[in-house]
Design a binder for this molecule. Structure first.
Ligand SMILES: Cc1ncc(C[n+]2csc(CCOP(=O)(O)OP(=O)(O)O)c2C)c(N)n1
Length: 272
């Protein structure tokens, strides 16, 4: 098993522990997005606790902010704070590790969680880099359910208008959202065509939980000049825990002790 895949499964174990302890969090979307976050933070982006205050660090925005728990374990692993403290205090009174990203947490760029805002903020950051001659890149991760928000399409237009080739969106396309399949609520079937028709460079990761495929996708994005890129990552909600995969009920579910033990066992079997 390659190092990124191993890390993504170790982080899955952290997510399960955090969610079980807190009885909060969005486990299904965390497990679908964790490979994307792992690849971005441990392979692609130039950001770490030492350069976070520098102007030229790469920007990361988790627009599907309900998956903050996944972001927190990644930032903890990256050394922005003590990861175990985040796991132990997530969603508790007076903890900065609340249910959505917020800038009280070291390493978090913006508050998010009201869906449909991250891409527009990312456009602003990428445009600022162009205007100020900065070399940083901006990465935004969205959910496929979140793509129902109309604000995304204004941001897509602006990104192309200003030729923001320093902006890379990722859609975590797991086919589910809070209340059913994305197709039932607002179809994402033509998402690639939509981005392409807005003038974006579209890269598909057929297996968006495969770290090697994601690494290649982000290389293609970085090489594209003159327009923004999107990685459409075909993921599985709940990936890595057999009884959670593709199950709507695990969008926001609390595990029994027995379910917790089964989840850990599933993950440890992959790591063995
Ligand atoms: C503006 C707004 N409306 C509704 C919600 C409630 N909400 C939280 S998660 C979610 C579903 C999001 O689905 P998706 O983007 O596909 O996320 P994933 O399946 O990856 O968890 C909704 C509607 C919200 N956070 N913000």
């Amino acid at each position: 098993m390659d190092a990124l895949t191993r890390k993504s499964y170790e982080l899955r174990r952290d997510i399960i522990e955090m969610i079980h302890k807190s009885e909060a969090g969005h486990v299904g979307g965390d497990l679908s997005v964790i490979d994307i976050l792992t690849v971005l933070y441990f392979d692609v982006m130039n950001v770490n606790p030492d350069n976070f205050k520098d102007e030229n660090h790469d920007r990361f925005l988790l627009s599907k902010g309900h998956c903050a728990d996944a972001l927190f374990v990644v930032l903890g692993e990256k050394g922005f704070f003590d990861k175990q403290r985040a796991i132990d205090t997530f969603s508790q009174y007076q903890s900065e590790f609340i249910g959505h990203p917020n800038t009280d947490v070291n390493g978090v760029e913006i508050n998010s969680g009201s869906l449909g805002h991250g891409l527009a903020v990312g456009v602003g950051m990428a445009l600022a880099a162009k205007m100020d001659d900065r070399t940083y890149r901006t990465y935004v991760v969205l959910g496929d359910g979140e793509m129902a928000e109309g604000s995304n399409y204004e941001a897509m237009m602006a990104a192309r208008q200003y030729r923001l080739d320093n902006l890379c969106a990722t859609v975590d396309l797991n086919g589910l959202q809070i209340s059913g399949t994305t197709d039932q609520v607002m179809s994402s079937a033509l998402l690639a065509e939509k981005f392409a028709s807005f003038g974006w460079n579209v890269i598909e990761a057929e297996d968006g939980n495969n770290c090697a495929q994601l690494v290649e996708a982000y290389k293609k994005a970085a090489a594209c000049k003159g327009k923004p890129s999107v990685v459409i990552a075909h993921t599985v909600k709940g990936k890595g825990v057999s009884f959670m995969e593709n199950e709507k009920k695990w969008h926001h579910g609390v595990m029994t002790q027995e379910e917790y033990e089964r989840a850990v066992k599933d993950i440890e079997e992959v790591l063995a």
